[in-house]
Ligand binder design. Structure first.
Ligand SMILES: Nc1ncnc2c1ncn2[C@@H]1O[C@H](COP(=O)(O)OP(=O)(O)OP(=O)(O)O)[C@@H](O)[C@H]1O
Length: 220
């Protein structure tokens, strides 16, 4: 699958003050992408367009050659893209199992064996059985991020987007989470796009973009 953007332009209030203009890039499955850039350069804004959470001032987005309608992003969010955040955004009073189950409940995905799908996703991210029924508030940051990744994986969407997913984690845990994202791209054949300011994440990625001077530069 290819996720393609064409002439993407975004500004908040003043068109002269655009964050980026006429960005045209393609994202392919089996590939991990990092997006770097100074604070305030517009990385999260760019990601919110790819995640179907906001619409650009101009430009188009395509899945393979099918145009995504900006006027109806619900379908795109339900079927194509899953997002992982820096602050995990889990329901902390619920267990890992229940967090993943809730994601299924609010989606359109149906499983013959839902319990197996949930446990498979939690095992894929390396959570052991003794952890998956505890409230996630009792888990470490790295373990909580694994739950958030399992929640994104269970729906089997083609595009996994992550905004500073290792921003709250120590170096060793960061490396483990980066390896996990790499496996998701390379073994599960997904498109993985990560906004980061960390060099470990960029070094592990197949392609690195930097948002600099309001332009995207590709450096790998
Ligand atoms: N809702 C908004 N209204 C107006 N300006 C905004 C809004 N959200 C963000 N901005 C501005 O747009 C610019 C880009 O913000 P964005 O969060 O995309 O940057 P970023 O590169 O992700 O930054 P960081 O690395 O600090 O998270 C910033 O100058 C920010 O202040």
């Amino acid at each position: 699958m290819t996720l393609k953007v064409e002439n993407l332009t975004y500004y908040y209030t003043n068109p002269e003050d655009y964050l980026f203009k006429d960005v045209s890039e393609s994202f392919e499955n089996g590939t991990m992408y990092a997006i770097l850039g100074q604070s305030g350069s517009g990385k999260t804004t760019f990601l919110s367009l790819l995640a179907g959470l906001d619409t650009p001032k101009n430009g188009n987005m395509f899945i393979d050659d099918k145009q995504v309608k900006w006027s109806n992003l619900t379908n795109y969010r339900k079927k194509t893209v899953s997002t992982v955040f820096q602050a995990y955004n889990l329901l902390t009073y619920m267990s890992a199992y229940e967090n993943v189950k809730t994601a299924i409940k609010i989606s359109t995905v149906k499983f013959d064996n839902e319990k197996k799908a949930i446990i498979d996703a939690l095992q894929e991210v390396g959570l052991t059985e003794d952890l998956i029924y505890k409230p996630v508030s009792k888990l470490s940051g790295g373990q909580q991020q694994r739950v958030a990744i399992a929640r994104a994986l269970v729906l089997n969407h083609e595009v996994i987007i992550a905004d500073e997913p290792t921003g709250n984690l120590d170096e060793e845990t960061t490396n483990q989470i980066v390896e996990l994202f790499k496996e998701i791209a390379h073994k599960d054949n997904k498109i993985v796009i990560i906004v980061t300011h960390e060099s470990e994440v960029a070094q592990a990625s197949d392609v690195v973009y930097t948002l600099r001077h309001r332009k995207f530069e590709r450096s790998a």
